[in-house]
Design a protein around this ligand. Structure first.
Ligand code: SF4
Length: 85
């Protein structure tokens, strides 16, 4: 009979526990909120779903999870700029 040993232990956590914003080197800065109000589709492009709208208006970016990929700034070049974090 073969005896099996435990080779590894994996700890599972909620994805909210991983603050992916700590990976960021650049940070998106909103310079024209009214443009975001008119283009809520930008939230759909964000891979982390951290561009937050409330009541149809832009509210904020949740920087705890924003990775600084710059996709939002590419989509709305005149409203969001990337700066060094
Ligand atoms: S930089 Fe990337 S992760 Fe951060 S808000 Fe923009 S699209 Fe989302």
């Amino acid at each position: 009979m073969v005896k099996l040993r435990k080779a590894a232990e994996v700890k599972f956590e909620e994805s909210e526990d991983y603050k992916t914003g700590s990976w960021r080197k650049d940070i998106p800065v909103v310079i024209k909120r009214d443009v975001l109000d008119e283009h809520p589709e930008v939230a759909l492009f964000c891979p982390e779903a951290v561009i937050i709208y409330k009541d149809g208006k832009f509210s904020h970016i949740d920087y705890r999870y924003c990775k600084g990929c710059g996709i939002c700034a590419q989509h709305l070049k005149d409203a969001i700029v990337m700066k060094k974090a």
